[in-house]
Design a protein around this ligand. Structure first.
Ligand SMILES: [Zn+2]
Ligand SMILES: [Zn+2]
Length: 241
């Protein structure tokens, strides 16, 4: 069966399962169980299976059934039971902020590299820079490699940080709002960059400037990396006289 046939089969027969936000968790947890079972049997059998036991690295230390149960139950709790409890507002905020900070750092590095390297810029990032004056729809005018990179980070970061699915959905919606806001082309007084103090968020002024002056303001959301590495450039407005 080719990967195309496999994917078509999964879409046709198991779409609700693979579309579920729980699917990555189910996949990760079942892989952990399947891969661990043969070695658990081996540990319990010990020197009754001398062919394998001769390869044991620390033969003087043997995991007991009790130790296995404790590790397994910790994993069960982390992977499954936590997902049945709604997260607190504080958890959504802290985990969501951590996801956004991680994404911001990843994209800052990626963005800087793709502006410094002429070939990478030409083939991967230039599509996004067609317009010097961004507008809302241009938010997702991206090449396929850029869209895939951003998509992988957006999906994997909350999983990596063990966010609750509800937090992940909030992060998805919020980060898309922040990305669109970056590109609206208006410095409205009530946008997030004005609501959050100390200029912690760049918002439309910073990203508009990035489209005007591409070697500046690389971070998508926050301003700390651009401030730290001296790539921050303040907004310059243009008026029609
Ligand atoms: Zn942009
Ligand atoms: Zn750029």
């Amino acid at each position: 069966m080719s990967q195309r046939q496999l994917w078509d089969y999964l879409l046709l027969h198991h779409r609700p399962l693979i579309s579920s936000p729980f699917f990555p968790v189910i996949l990760a947890f079942s892989s952990y169980v399947v891969f661990s079972v043969p070695f658990a049997v081996l540990d319990l059998m010990g020197d009754k299976m001398p062919y394998f036991y001769q390869y044991k690295i620390q033969q003087d230390r043997k995991p007991t059934l009790q130790m296995m149960k404790k590790s397994f139950m910790t994993a069960v709790y982390n992977h499954i039971f936590l997902f049945y409890q709604a997260p607190t507002v504080c958890e959504v905020f802290v985990d969501g902020l951590a996801s956004l900070l991680l994404f911001d750092t990843q994209y800052y590095i990626w963005h800087l590299i793709h502006h410094k390297h002429p070939q990478l810029y030409k083939w991967i990032h230039a599509v996004h820079h067609e317009y010097k004056s961004p507008f809302s729809w241009s938010t997702e005018q991206l090449s396929i490699p850029e869209l895939m990179t951003v998509g992988i980070w957006s999906n994997q970061d909350p999983i990596l940080l063990r966010c609750h699915p509800l937090t992940t959905w909030c992060v998805t919606v919020f980060s898309i709002w922040m990305s669109v806001e970056d590109h609206i082309g208006y410095d409205l007084p009530w946008t997030l960059n004005h609501l959050v103090p100390c200029g912690l968020l760049g918002g439309a002024p910073a990203h508009d400037m990035h489209h005007q002056k591409p070697n500046s303001n690389y971070a998508p959301f926050f301003s700390h990396w651009d401030r730290l590495f001296g790539t921050v450039v303040p907004l310059k407005r243009t008026y029609v006289k």
